[in-house]
Design a protein around this ligand. Structure first.
Ligand code: AMP
Length: 446
């Protein structure tokens, strides 16, 4: 569905345009109309489905149409990383509106506590908070939820796993009874159902089952160091001389051009494709690939969704894709329409935790192979969860509403509560066309 069809406020549509969202994702299709319709909602959806925008857009619409003083919306989430992420997305989507938001997640300094206190007592439109920190503020008596209209629990299952149940219930006890409540969770475990019963009123239910790889795809995994990946590609290509239609996915445009040049030098029939290429050039590559004139195409995720090329024999994931949906989409290029296909993924030590998450989400453990002996010893399978993981921690993520790249407190903002209601930001939203965040259907940067 196009975003224009939801009847959203013009200023939001403008920001959506800048974010490069072309069409709503399935969860947005289902959730936005229900939320606009004042329904309580329980949504079963993973990160990466566009669920944050699904609940944020209708809330921002309502705030834009009927501005008011005081905290309008409380979003509870399990971790500071997620709070920062939600905050940043709201900053982008709310860019052309007057809506304000503030993330309350603790760990900061004394002055940070003071800024959170002001946001909570003077009323930022949207508060995103981790339960523990919010509870500490509430205990001090100045938090004013009297104007609250919306409560959102994001990643409710994780909040319960962490042990936030009591905090959540206590916080909800401080909110007006008449409100709209939305709850999102990756699973629908019984404890989630129980919580939903306690806090939601006759909720609409949205269930987005994770897509699973097609039956006909054989999935293989090689554990390889980065420097082993190029020769490993050659090894696989040479092992299957009969395969005449091969797609190789890389995560970055740079890697796409490096690998395609490497293969070209080795005399393979290969072409490259990324968003660096004009539409016309991409079309040419695609036609040549479809016509079996080009044996190998090296591409970023621009090719991973929606394009229907029949009978691809082999997909190689040179890098582990960022989320399971991307993995499913990538390998779904092979074995279309009930044919058989092979999908091979290279996993380097830094990518192991990412691959373990994919396995969790596709609910399947795949056998891990070592590279052939002549390429040297490969790494051991070790998902040490901290390995290679980038943390976005710290206040640096900006707890307050303001353009991305702006320091959390500009000179003029010093000592003031988070962005005044009447201040409109000038210029473009944080995620301009060229820097839109990667998302379910967002080919930007690929
Ligand atoms: P989420 O599932 O909320 O974590 O969203 C994952 C990513 O998808 C974020 O970077 C969003 O900016 C992006 N996103 C959300 N909705 C869309 C859309 N309709 N089209 C493209 N990208 C989107």
């Amino acid at each position: 569905m196009k975003f224009t069809e939801f009847g959203l406020n013009e200023r939001l549509l403008e920001a959506i345009g800048y974010m490069n969202y072309e069409e709503a994702t399935p969860i947005q299709d289902q959730a936005i109309p229900q939320i606009l319709d004042q329904k309580d909602l329980i949504g079963c959806a993973q990160t990466g489905t566009g669920k944050t925008a699904a609940f944020t857009l209708p809330i921002l619409h309502k705030i834009a149409e009927k501005p008011d003083q005081g905290i309008n919306t409380l979003i509870l989430c399990p971790t500071r990383e997620l709070a920062i992420q939600i905050d940043q997305l709201i900053q982008g989507l709310a860019y052309f509106t007057d809506a304000t938001c503030y993330a309350v997640y603790g760990g900061g300094t004394g002055p940070e506590w003071e800024r959170e206190r002001r946001a909570l007592s003077q009323g930022s439109d949207i508060i995103i908070a981790t339960p523990g920190r919010l509870k500490s503020h509430i205990a001090n008596g100045y938090v004013d939820f009297s104007k609250l209209e919306h409560l959102i629990l994001d990643e409710a299952d994780r909040m319960l796993d962490i042990g936030f149940y009591d905090d959540i219930i206590q916080i909800i006890g401080k909110l007006p009874k008449k409100r709209q409540s939305l709850m999102f969770s990756a699973t629908m475990a019984p404890k989630i159902r129980k919580l939903a019963k306690e806090i939601l009123h006759d909720p609409a239910e949205i269930n987005l089952a994770m897509s699973k790889p097609a039956e006909g795809v054989t999935q293989e995994v090689f554990l390889a160091f980065e420097e082993q990946k190029d020769p490993l590609v050659r090894h696989i290509l040479d092992k299957h001389p009969d395969y005449d239609s091969i797609l190789i996915f890389c995560s970055t445009k740079r890697k796409v051009s490096q690998l395609s040049r490497f293969l070209e030098r080795k005399k393979y029939n290969v072409q490259a494709m990324s968003s660096d290429y004009e539409q016309e050039e991409r079309q040419k590559v695609l036609l040549s690939f479809k016509a079996r004139k080009t044996r190998i195409v090296v591409a970023t995720d621009v090719l991973s969704r929606g394009i229907d090329i029949k009978d691809i024999n082999l997909v190689i994931n040179y890098d582990v894709p960022g989320d399971a949906e991307d993995y499913v989409h990538r390998i779904g290029r092979t074995a279309r329409a009930a044919t058989k296909g092979l999908a091979i993924t290279f996993v380097s030590p830094d990518e192991m935790y990412k691959f373990a998450r994919i396995e969790e989400l596709i609910e399947r453990q795949l056998e891990k192979q070592a590279p052939p002996e002549e390429l040297g010893k490969g790494p051991r399978w070790d998902t040490g969860r901290s390995k290679g993981r980038k943390r976005s921690g710290g206040r640096g993520g900006s707890g307050r509403s303001g353009g991305k790249g702006k320091p959390p407190r500009g000179k003029s903002g010093k000592g003031r509560p988070p962005r005044s209601k009447n201040s409109r930001r000038k210029g473009k939203p944080p995620q301009g066309k060229d820097s839109a965040q990667k998302g379910p259907r967002n080919a930007s940067g690929q």
